[in-house]
Design a protein around this ligand. Sequence first.
Ligand code: AMP
Ligand code: MG
Length: 405
Amino acid sequence: MTESPYPMIPIKEALSLIERHVQRLPAISLPFEQTLGLVLAEDIVAVEPMPPFPASAVDGYAVVTEDGSGWHEIVGDQMAGYIADLEVTSGTAVRVTTGAPIPLGADAMIMIEETAEQDGRVNIKTDPIEAGAYIRPIGLDIEQGQIVLYTGTQLGPAELGLLATVGCTEVKVYRRPVVAIMSTGDEIVEPHETPQRGQIRDSNRFTLMNLVKQTGATVLDMGIIRDKQYQLEQTIEAGISQADLLLTSGGVSMGQLDLVKPYFAQRGTIHFGRVNTKPGKPVTFATVDGVACFGMPGFPVSALVSFEIFVYPALRAMMGHTDCHHPRQKAMLQHTFRHALHRTEFHRVTLYRNQQGQLTATSTGFQGSGRLLSMVGANGFVILPHGQADYEAGAIVEAVLLETV
Ligand code: AMP
Ligand code: MG
């Protein structure tokens, strides 16, 4: 029997090796519009309060509370965007629009819906009038000097809006990793090509490039590489010199043209070359010149699952996240899951929360490593640990959630 020179290690051990050899990338300053999905590397302080002046929350009339209801003389208009230099005194009112500054002397706003205007006068029907009504005081939303976003926060649409509000247009974030991606194999052709006998179209590069983008990293597409030592080495070198992380697919098994592992071993250190996982057993992790290199198996589902389990947390750690893995929750199996005793399996499933709030899992069908269709419609995996054969309906197992369920 020809044995792989690499020991088969448990998943946990593989993950801790990755954690040990992958570092957070340095923080850089970026225009805030370019930071969607990135992690803040500084606290953001509001230099000014919000609102910066007492502002009306409604369209209506600014009045003096003590006047109470009844007829008031209108002394002018205060629209949003400037200061009209008007003063409200007893018996008078100023027309004010939403977002406009409250004129001097006024201490309440009356909604237009509770008034009637005639001949330059307005009849106020509100009774009693509450002091401060419909006035947004200075600092209601944000106090001056307040920390509005903390280091470690992931920037989403709301956070970018907040940065705009406080005028923080340059922001310190952990930078996006650049990921070089290549497919290897003499049989692999581009998707627009018609495969000749013995050829198949490349799917892995497209799956992996989009997984990388979805994670928030930048893709460097290195194309399809033939199983030729020279071309493979040239492309890996080009990737390593330009990227923070290198992803190859194919060429990590036991075939005579599986050249990826030997080259990683020659140029750097292989931390693992086999993991007790199905699919994805030959997944390989190495560092070369400080660059993390992942050799993904060629089978399309193996490449995808290996990314989610091993590469996703590595990229998240590089991006400054502290919660790096996909969330896990207990799920109940909806039917019997056939399972090989000695392998820990990531079985593709549709996760669904039933009326009792219990997460349930249904298989996406035939789990062949080449069958990408087993991933279409899947929103997670259930982990079927080794040491047990089939798992019966009703069994509670751990599920990896790829989406919120
Ligand atoms: P390998 O790991 O190179 O031995 O490939 C394992 C299997 O995955 C073989 O059947 C390959 O044809 C297939 N494969 C390898 N690379 C790709 C790819 N980029 N897209 C689709 N299938 C692939
Ligand atoms: Mg191959």
